[in-house]
Design a protein around this ligand. Structure first.
Ligand code: CU
Length: 140
């Protein structure tokens, strides 16, 4: 019986080990703002080693960061909040203008091109992933 419990504990440790697998990040950038502009978008490429989900994000730059997508609705391109973005194992998921993006609302300060903004991504397994975004005027 004791041996059985030990095996279960080992299996649980292995599972949580897998859940901690890496998510790699590239091309993280945030759109620089113009004076009086309080909202902007942030974009990046994500690749998870194991199936994961991006469920939320926070930043010291703004009180509110939402996960958004652009989609056609009655022939008009609109953006809306989505509950999460799936990160299938090994697949690169791109957040880009005109598609999925992070929306920053109520910026406390303007964002000039060349500045760096930290946004912490929250994953479905409870992990936090701080990412440095470079501010620029448009897509590279
Ligand atoms: Cu948006």
């Amino acid at each position: 019986m004791k041996r059985h419990v030990r095996l279960l504990a080992l299996a649980a440790a292995m599972i949580s080990g897998f859940a901690n697998a890496q998510v790699s990040v590239s091309d993280a950038w945030v759109r620089a703002t113009v004076p009086q502009q309080k909202a902007t978008g942030a974009f990046l490429k994500l690749q998870a080693a194991q199936d994961s989900k991006l469920v939320a994000a926070t930043s010291p730059l703004t009180p509110v960061v939402e996960v958004h997508e652009m989609a056609m609705q009655d022939n008009v391109m609109k953006m809306r909040q989505v509950p999460s973005i799936a990160l299938p194992a090994g697949k690169t998921v791109e957040l880009k203008p005109g598609g999925l993006h992070l929306m920053l609302h109520g910026a406390y300060a303007p964002v000039a091109a060349g500045e760096k903004v930290v946004i912490t991504l929250k994953l479905a397994d409870g992990r936090s992933l701080p990412v440095t975004f470079n501010a620029r005027k448009a897509a590279p």
